[in-house]
Design a protein around this ligand. Sequence first.
Ligand code: KIV
Length: 279
Amino acid sequence: MSKPTYGSDNSMQTITINTLKKMKQAGEKFVVLTVYDASFAAVLENAGVEVLFTGDSLGMVVQGHETTVPVTIDHMVYHTSLVARVRNNALLMSDMPFMSFSDPGRALDNASRLMQEGGAQIVKLEGGGDTIRVVENLAKHGVPVCGHLGLQPQSVHKLGGYRVQGREKEAAQTMLNDAKAMQDAGADLLLLECVPASLAKTITETLSIPTIGIGAGRDCDSQVLVLYDLLGISMGHRPKFSKDFIADLTGEISIEAAVRAYVQAVKQKQFPADQHTFE
Ligand code: KIV
């Protein structure tokens, strides 16, 4: 198996947005995993995870809330900075929490905090439609952005639950249009959550920027999971798209071995399998 992100001494090369774009062009998958502290960040990077993602899922898996809505920009800056302290060569992406990007000016202020105080190298924000002008303003000011379409957990109270998005023809077309508009506005990456695999494939093939899938089938340019789901320690309901990689280990049982198994499975296109995918 080729290891495109490793140098001759087997250490990971510095990952930039351009590295990820080149990997897409070459048809090579990259790997994203959530992380909220320094110790796990070191393990993930050793295991070959190219993008360390401090997601607002920390509200659920670290803080014990029922949703990501209570997470604040201060929480995000703090947890991002813990990861940044030990990061070497992986790219560090951080989430903009609920209401932190409600208008372009506010988004710019909060993205600046994530980058200057937190050490983030790219910010992610949920939503299509009006959010596109926010993306445009961030990009214009030199802030790298990852869009997030499909299921948007920050809108769970509006949606009335966590459901697959884009199953109807009109909703699928709107998502495709939003994806193109996001790219035109200057987004560098696009995350697709809980989207039928065929729609995620169309979006991935249409865009030149890389897509990151979670519950979006195996044709996205990369995959992301919530670390605690991968380790089988999440409380409550485990989503269909997640996989407990600890439970499946044979041989060495360790957190790093589980993360390595995830990295290999994504790169070899074995994860997600059919049972993790929506039609
Ligand atoms: O915050 C998060 O963990 C996310 C997931 C989609 C990976 O945004």
